[in-house]
Design a protein around this ligand. Structure first.
Ligand SMILES: [Zn+2]
Ligand SMILES: [Zn+2]
Length: 336
């Protein structure tokens, strides 16, 4: 068994190091995963260049898949798996109801503890979701954003023939469009400050929003005040609005924008993370939909970098030197 693992380890804001760390010991409730693919999330860019992690150093990355290479109970060894990155406390009111996304005291792979941008990681057996064999590890790494998008879109209660408006045509926004279609939406319309993202959305069968379209429901995916305003203005009276975008600062609105909520009697809901329990499990449903070909996320993967180039990958994303959608880091270059 390998003793060290090449990792993307964050020591401070602006100090991400590609280096060897010791492979953590596998406890009885854990299995050792050989990571194959790890997606770079927009939040990782913020972590590395602005906000940092909860403590330093921390191996970042929470969108990862891999192969179980050691299981003390010998049940999962050799299986392909994705990892639900949230570690709930199991004690709070939310946890008692299985609503782990709203746990008051959670831990998290890749922000509060070491995560998936590494070759080997011991993860809790509870967090392992086995992958259907026909999915690639890259598709497995997409399971996190696919689950987050599913959780959000489910809250819109889309009816057949609905027109859906989504602000933000990044990976989660575009996956959400795919889910919206799955759930009966007629057309999905986007706004984004980056015209290239709109053009990319069009190649996937989506549309740019124009004011003449009646919008039944809206998913806000940016957390920006201007986008929230556009969402509230676009939606029809009695429409549904789900707020998903994580703001990087204060959100403000004018009286007129606020009036949209009142005067149109909008139904507003927030969404956070994803459901992961025996009743509703966005993770299992996401893997199933991808495996059955109902949701194809492969066209969203625009870039793959070896883990050794983690800094180049994140710099490219931060500076937007190239158009990108999903960027995936590969621990082992020959296996997608
Ligand atoms: Zn993420
Ligand atoms: Zn809890």
């Amino acid at each position: 068994m390998k003793k060290t693992s090449k990792s993307a380890n964050l020591y401070a804001v602006n100090d991400l190091r590609y280096e060897d760390i010791a492979v953590s010991e596998c406890k009885d409730d854990e299995v050792l995963v050989e990571v194959k693919s790890c997606g770079v999330c927009g939040s990782d860019i913020d972590r590395v260049y602005k906000k940092g992690t909860y403590h330093f150093p921390t191996v970042i990355g929470h969108e990862f898949s891999g192969k179980v290479v050691y299981d003390p109970k010998n049940e999962l060894t050799g299986k392909k798996a994705v990892i639900f990155p949230l570690l709930p406390c199991f004690g709070c009111e939310s946890c008692k109801k299985g609503s782990y996304a709203t746990c008051e005291n959670y831990d998290y792979y890749g922000s509060r503890r070491d995560g998936g941008m590494t070759e080997y990681i011991a993860v809790k057996r509870w967090n392992i979701v086995l992958m259907p064999d026909n999915l690639s590890y890259d598709e497995g790494a997409m399971c996190e954003p696919v689950s987050v998008a599913r959780h959000a879109i489910s809250k819109l209660n889309i009816e057949k023939g609905d027109n859906v408006f989504i602000s933000g045509a990044g990976p989660i926004g575009l996956i959400a469009g795919g889910w919206a279609k799955q759930q009966g939406a007629e057309n999905v319309y986007y706004i984004d400050i980056d015209e290239r993202k709109i053009e990319f959305a069009k190649t996937l069968g989506f549309f740019e929003y124009t004011e003449d379209v009646t919008i039944d429901c809206v998913l806000e995916g940016t957390g920006h005040s201007d986008a929230i305003k556009a969402c509230l203005e676009a939606v029809k009276p009695q429409g549904r609005v789900v707020l998903m975008g994580n703001p990087s600062g204060d959100v403000t609105m004018t009286q007129n924008t606020y009036w949209c909520i009142l005067r149109k009697e909008l139904k507003l809901s927030g969404t956070w993370n994803s459901s992961y329990n025996d009743v509703v499990n966005d993770w299992k449903e996401s893997l199933k939909a991808m495996s059955e070909g109902k949701l194809d996320v492969k066209p969203l993967i625009t870039h793959r970098f070896p883990l050794s180039q983690c800094n180049e990958a994140l710099e490219m994303m931060k500076n937007r030197t190239e158009f990108y959608n999903k960027v995936i880091l590969k621990m082992n270059e020959d296996e997608n």
